[in-house]
Ligand binder design. Structure first.
Ligand code: HEM
Length: 233
């Protein structure tokens, strides 16, 4: 069988494509999680018992007996951590390459728009991660408590938190950043995976990315706003 030796340039192109595919797939996994998480949060509207039961089910019987009781949440956490690590690693390597190719003599000030989008995605990603760390310390580890005692049931935790306007505002800003990131990310990911093949496909991808972002923003924020205005108690 004939073997081909790749030039350094060909190797770099291949690895850039591989990193973009890694970013696309890990990003899409996280978007699926976000849609599921948003849908689950809406269970608050069914009352305390339904919401707390749902939260316990996620940590206990879900997928039992396919996997032993309580395993799902750890499999889920492992997959999410791996997805975040892969996504951030690919982003860091790709942005470092982008910077070094830009400083070469071939890259004279071309395509400013892309640079702006890339920069927004990088800073958006960092803000998103900082918010996520706070969110997990608050609601999962309960180390940062905002009006509830550590060990509280999820329903009480959510009501106590979002009865405070500044926390609703802080979440609105964070979720907005998440949704902007998702809007551009969905578009980029599907383009990387080869879906952007014609002007109509491009228009469809753009529309889809906007719909997902808007659904996520409204779906996530409807609960905190409802708590703040006392529609859920
Ligand atoms: C208004 C928006 C949100 C609300 C009200 C909310 C609410 C919650 C609550 C109550 C929990 C804890 C569930 C439990 O332990 O019983 C949780 C966990 C979690 N949330 Fe959110 N969330 C929101 C947005 C987000 C966003 C935008 C992300 C990701 C960027 C996110 C990622 C997570 C993760 C990873 C967990 C941990 C699951 C686990 O491993 O236990 N959440 N969220």
């Amino acid at each position: 069988m004939a073997t081909t030796t790749l030039t350094p340039h060909q190797r770099a192109v291949r690895s850039t494509v591989a990193l973009k595919v890694l970013m696309a797939l890990t990003g899409l996994i996280m978007v699926v999680f976000l849609l599921a998480h948003m849908y689950g949060n809406l269970k608050v509207f069914l009352g305390a018992d339904a919401f707390d039961h749902y939260a316990h089910w996620l940590k206990g019987e879900i997928l039992y007996p396919l996997v032993p009781e309580g395993w799902f949440i750890w499999i889920f956490r492992f997959v999410m951590l791996a997805a975040i690590a892969g996504h951030v690693y690919a982003a860091a390597v790709l942005s470092a390459r982008n910077v070094s190719s830009r400083s070469s003599k071939y890259a004279h000030g071309h395509n400013h728009q892309q640079t702006y989008a890339a920069r927004t995605m990088q800073w958006g990603g960092v803000i998103l991660l900082i918010g996520l760390i706070f969110h997990l310390l608050q609601f999962t580890a309960q180390l940062v408590t905002t009006g509830f005692a550590s060990g509280s049931e999820p329903y009480h935790m959510v009501i106590a938190t979002f009865s405070q306007w500044w926390l609703v505002l802080a979440y609105a800003v964070w979720v907005f950043v998440v949704c902007l990131h998702v809007r551009h990310g969905v578009w980029s990911a599907l383009t990387t995976l080869g879906a952007n093949t014609s002007p109509s496909a491009r228009a469809f991808l753009n529309g889809l990315a906007w719909v997902i972002a808007v659904v996520l923003f409204v779906g996530f924020m409807i609960m905190p706003v409802a708590v703040l205005f006392g529609w859920v108690q």
